[in-house]
Design a protein around this ligand. Sequence first.
Ligand code: RAM
Length: 361
Amino acid sequence: MNNRLINSAMRTFALSAVVALGIAGCASTTETETTEDTTGSSETTTDAGESYRIAIMPKAINIGYFSAWDEGAQAACVELGATCDYIGPNEATGPAQVQFINQAIQEGYDAIVISAADQNAIVPALEEAIAAGITIVTSDADVAAESASARLVTILPSAADRIGTAEVDWIAEEVGEEGSVAILSASATAANQNVWIEAMGPYLEATYPNMSWVGGSLESAVFYGDDDATKSVEQFNAILSQYPDVAGIIAPTTVGVLAAAQEKKAKGATVAVTGLGLPSEMAPYIEDGTIAKVGLWNPIDLGYVAVYAAVLGMQGEFDGSVGSTFTAGGTSYVVIEGGIAYLGDPFTFTIDNIATFKEIY
Ligand code: RAM
């Protein structure tokens, strides 16, 4: 079976899993704006009585992680009767995303749910969208903290320090708490990558006295693969040639960790690799022992919750202010300082549970 078929089979499985878990049916806050059709499904509508049109915008459209994120978004859209289009660039950059934000403005979308490829470059375009009456929710990767007013709320997996420090623990376990470590990141412009990496620096230094960053500092240890498979392989090889003694590589990106696993296997390299990996993509490398452990939250849930926040925001049920709450899939989310709602800590995947997780996302 090729990747496309595998992915599509998984999407079907995961969607039924989401529904089976009882996440459906939570549009109860929509009394004045919800209509029941004869099939019993709910539809949320604009003032003009049309269903909401939402652009679901990944960093880049060809990344498996975002297909899963979109799957959750689409499940929420079905429940809420919204019309959702998955649109975005082929490369994970701010300028490439701006073209799609502008397109969404021109086409009159009601909301954009977006993972920001660039925490700054997309902000003016988001502000134009807001001026045009479009509701913005960031999800997965936010805009810069000082630009928080460019979105209603951000839906993130969990606190940056929890994600960053967990990855340091995973690599420490793999290398026996000894040796130097490099980071194969997605991009210097992505807020999620930056906040996780910032949290890794002091934690490794404080917790593992016999470990260090390659080149002697956190800054020198970070290589960027731009969430592009080819460039990530190049950067993996650049790490090995620049630092032949490197003990471990943390790749906090599904694209980077997959590229690193593939290249590690192809080369027979001994460097330990961990990071944030999609279980369906990483399974072959966990099953054959190339990789011992990676982790990730459920991107399906992340997309699902973000669409709920956007629709409830448009309906005036939720204003994104600190302390405000909203419900999605039977779970209540509270907005904390910075306009952030968190989903939950990452799961970890090893040979003991990969067979189950790879079927879900
Ligand atoms: C990649 C993207 C995404 C990140 C995951 C872990 O797919 O960079 O933003 O959250 O990895």
